[in-house]
Design a protein around this ligand. Structure first.
Ligand code: URA
Length: 208
């Protein structure tokens, strides 16, 4: 793609994401809006090939307005860096719900539903080649798959967003914090296999 076209597309993506973000900031479609300090829309490169979707903001995310900045986020940043993915350069990170659920519980189906248009809007604006579904809430909310992550992780899954967008379910970093072993067969071991598969897929897409 030539540079001018690339810059024009980037500006268009940023504009549609910015207006969506403004809508989210004023959203009161579900009760989560009552407990938030602020919304956590998402951040990263709006032109990235990879969108990572987590569950919902925790305390630090609610306080800062940024996704994945707490302990789980720091681990996630390290995991991505291990395959040369930089958060601000190579990936866009967001969550299924944009407001913090109380006591970090999983979002309720009606909360997921109230927020789903925003997530779909983000995916439509970014048009990623790869969606990483981080944990079972993201897998269920985006693809309607209720199978445990341990059974589906690491597979390239078709998505409703077209042939050019594949998804992979991966363990949530909070789960890895609770399961620190790196032994073969452990969640951390499988996360490493999944990151290597992601890196290979990105390299093959670049080579096309
Ligand atoms: N867990 C999530 O799923 N998302 C965040 O932003 C932080 C923790």
């Amino acid at each position: 793609m030539n540079k001018t076209l690339e810059n024009t597309l980037l500006a268009a993506h940023s504009a549609s994401l910015a207006s969506l973000q403004e809508t989210v900031q004023n959203c009161h479609a579900c009760l989560l809006s009552k407990g938030r300090t602020q919304t956590v829309f998402g951040e990263g490169n709006p032109n990235a090939s990879v969108v990572l979707i987590g569950e919902g903001p925790g305390q630090q995310e609610d306080e800062t307005g940024r996704p994945f900045v707490g302990r789980a986020g720091k681990l996630l940043t390290e995991i991505l860096a291990s395959v040369d993915l930089q958060r601000d350069r190579d990936i866009y990170i967001c969550n299924v719900v944009k407001c913090r659920p109380p006591n970090n519980r999983a979002p309720l189906p009606e909360e997921v539903k109230a927020c789903s248009g925003y997530l779909l809007g983000q995916i439509a604006a970014i048009k990623p080649a790869i969606i990483l579904l981080c944990g079972s809430t993201a897998l269920k909310s985006v693809l309607g798959i209720a199978t445990p992550i341990s059974k589906v992780r690491g597979q390239w899954l078709e998505t409703p967003f077209g042939d050019n967008t594949l998804a992979m379910a991966i363990f949530h970093p909070s789960y890895l914090l609770r399961n620190p072993s790196k032994e073969p067969g452990s969640p951390k071991y499988w996360m490493w296999q999944d990151m290597k598969a992601l890196r290979e897929k990105l390299n093959s897409l670049k080579a096309k």
